[in-house]
Design a protein around this ligand. Structure first.
Ligand code: ZN
Length: 437
């Protein structure tokens, strides 16, 4: 964890603050310092404070945090105290999400330090004092404020309500960018090169634009927050499910009529807003999500009020030649190097293969004409989310769509209900009567 903010250090005594330092631009790094105790090597949770005067002072956090005051984290402010040395650190101007994570780690530092995951920590490395004073956050809200060149070490860039038509090359040249907010502009397409140009991007806000599709390459970014609200998106590709670090996703007020079938693979996802779209049902993997908040209102869901499943039988025609080729190609494609696929196969076939669906039961891949049955069942969203926002009469119930490849899979997924045998006069279930020659 690495936070750019301003820090004031105060030496405390029993009477209160004794000596206060100046408020300095700083970088806070939380990592593990390898120390040798009497018996074994341990990795102590450590804080490193780097300022424009000092390239790094280390403070032990494990078992050493006295008090954490995080009531104003949303305003980018917090404070905490250490037992040894008895210092209080007053922080301001930090990213609210970073500070909330930092406060959580501090609270765990005394008792539950083992539950702090290594992926949340950074390497404890001394920072060049000039790096600390560099501009790391830039907010542009008027045309006259746009610089000719952006600072190369910029991490957070916000250009909003500026009538931007496209993402410029200047923005894509800032390699260190971790958060990009271009909401409220007139952007109609996301350049696929963005993924290669800004490899560290964790927050992308392109809400209130005119975007119709998201290129597949964007989903290879380590995004934690994706905001695409108020755009013209009609669907999300299956590759969307590659965003394995995604924690917050807002695709409300778009024109989405379908969601990727593997949506349930997004294990880190905690906040999902799908409100005001054109969704009639949700994919069957939806039930595997574990969310804190979920918004689904404003969608034309059609649901059977009695909770019965509705089945649509597809015609099941003779597979086409294209389909035979696609089925064969799926079996052999793992043996063809990815970059050579387009030389081995006609482009039409590659696009056809992208439309492959998965059976809800056996996970085999199939193509639309050969789906045996589509079934829609009612699902209670409160089982997967702490807070569900929905309007309408069927509170928190949504239709889930299952696709099955064969009658066998259908019977395995939805076993037929056993009918109770009629009871005889004494109330005992009737015995089966054997008939035979
Ligand atoms: Zn199947």
């Amino acid at each position: 964890m690495r936070i750019a903010c301003k820090v004031q250090v105060e030496a405390m005594s029993s009477k209160g603050p004794q000596k206060s330092g100046r408020l300095l631009k700083s970088i806070l790094i939380v990592g593990r310092e390898q120390t040798r105790s009497a018996f074994r090597k341990t990795n102590q949770l450590t804080l490193m404070l780097c300022t424009s005067n000092n390239s790094g002072t280390q403070y032990q956090l494990q078992g050493n945090v006295d008090r954490v005051h995080g009531a104003f984290v949303k305003d980018g402010k917090m404070s905490f105290s250490l037992k040894k040395p008895n210092y209080r650190f007053v922080i301001s101007g930090g990213d609210p999400e970073d500070l909330a994570n930092f406060a959580r780690i501090l609270q765990k530092a005394n008792n539950h330090f083992e539950s702090v995951f290594d992926k949340e920590l950074s390497e404890l490395k001394f920072v060049d004092t000039t790096d600390v004073t560099m501009v790391q956050r830039l907010v542009i809200d008027a045309e006259k404020n746009v610089p000719d060149d952006f600072p190369p070490r910029l991490q957070h860039l916000t250009i909003t309500h500026h009538n931007l038509q496209f993402v410029s090359g200047k923005v894509m040249a800032i390699r260190n960018l971790t958060s990009l907010d271009l909401s409220g502009n007139a952007i109609s397409a996301i350049p696929a090169e963005l993924a290669n140009s800004l490899p560290r991007l964790a927050l992308l806000n392109l809400g209130y634009n005119r975007i119709r599709t998201i290129p597949d390459k964007i989903f290879s970014l380590p995004l934690k927050v994706l905001n695409m609200e108020h755009n013209l998106l009609t669907s999300l590709n299956e590759t969307f499910c590659k965003l394995q670090s995604l924690r917050m996703c807002n695709v409300s007020h778009c024109k989405l009529n379908s969601l990727p079938e593997s949506l349930g693979r997004l294990r880190e996802l905690k906040q999902l807003d799908l409100s005001n779209n054109q969704l009639q049902h949700l994919p069957y993997t939806f039930k595997h999500l574990k969310l804190d908040s979920l918004a689904l209102f404003g969608n034309p869901f059609t649901i059977d009020t009695k909770g019965n499943k509705t089945a649509y039988t597809t015609p099941f025609p003779t597979p086409s030649l294209m389909e035979y080729s696609a089925r064969h190609a799926i079996l052999s494609v793992s043996r063809i190097p990815r970059h050579k696929v387009r030389y081995y196969m006609p482009l039409e076939l590659v696009y056809y293969m992208k439309q492959a669906r998965r059976c809800s039961q056996c996970q085999c891949r199939m193509f639309d004409p050969c789906v045996y049955k589509q079934l829609v069942t009612a699902f209670d969203c409160t089982t997967i989310a702490t807070t569900v926002t929905m309007h309408g009469t069927h509170l928190a119930k949504v239709p889930l769509k299952h696709l099955v490849c064969s009658r066998t899979c259908m019977l395995l997924l939805f076993p037929p209900k056993k009918r109770p045998r009629p009871a005889d006069a004494a109330g005992r279930p009737a015995q089966r009567v054997r008939t035979g020659s």
